[in-house]
Design a protein around this ligand. Structure first.
Ligand SMILES: Nc1nc2c(ncn2[C@@H]2O[C@H](COP(=O)(O)OP(=O)(O)OP(=O)(O)O)[C@@H](O)[C@H]2O)c(=O)[nH]1
Ligand SMILES: [Mg+2]
Length: 194
């Protein structure tokens, strides 16, 4: 994918704030700190377009980015971060759920899981929920650079087992080395062209 332009469009807390449809959309979901914002920056080859942070809970609103004036990438707030105030947590999941269910130009969801750990209950719930609602998704294992080759192979198999899927359905990714970037782009291209 040749990125000619990548621009922040808006942040939204509620549907009225979603931007008007501008072609197809792909969203990025996963636990706080899993690397959603970093992954988007890596895909776009822009180091600082999307704000990232070593502290979980950085992204609190739904952020829309317009790419090549043709499609949008959507950075979602992370789930499952206990230290965010309860009141804030409570507004998060309905906000995300509404977006995923009602956004008619949404073509697919990239679901991120930290490769160093087994998926949490919340990760599992997200996958089940996406399947139940027939939303196309691609699983991505993040932070692959933090593991050795052997550890990567082991974790890939374990996580696939845990999610009751095959390792070929998991895209191994690193925002640091760019591993998995082309593979993920081809999935996204299929969604936005299909
Ligand atoms: N080594 C390494 N670090 C990563 C990778 N991806 C993300 N990180 C680091 O993990 C931390 C969290 O990354 P973010 O991209 O902000 O995570 P997020 O999922 O957007 O987090 P929230 O917005 O809080 O939900 C940052 O310190 C990143 O630098 C990766 O592939 N490799
Ligand atoms: Mg983020």
């Amino acid at each position: 994918m040749l990125i000619k332009t990548a621009n922040f469009v808006t942040s939204a807390a509620k549907p009225a704030q979603w931007p008007e449809h501008q072609g197809p959309e792909v969203a990025f979901a996963g636990r706080s700190n899993v690397g959603k914002s970093s992954l988007i920056n890596t895909l776009l080859g822009r180091r600082k377009l999307v704000k990232t942070s070593s502290r979980p809970g950085r992204t609190r609103l739904i952020n829309f980015f317009s790419i090549n004036d043709r499609f949008m990438l959507v950075d979602l707030p992370g789930y499952g971060y206990a230290r965010v105030p309860r009141a804030v947590q409570k507004t998060w999941s309905p906000m995300i759920e509404k977006y995923l269910l009602k956004r008619s130009n949404l073509k697919g969801v990239v679901a991120l899981i930290d490769m160093r750990h087994l998926p949490t209950r919340a990760d599992h719930d997200l996958v089940t929920w996406l399947e139940h609602n027939r939303i196309a998704y691609q699983l991505v294992l993040t932070k692959a650079d933090k593991l050795s080759g052997n550890q990567r192979r082991n974790q890939l198999r374990k996580i696939a087992d845990w999610l009751e899927t095959g390792p070929e359905n998991l895209c191994v990714f690193s925002a640091k080395t760019g591993q998995g970037k082309q593979e993920l782009w081809s999935v996204i291209e299929n969604w936005i062209e299909g």
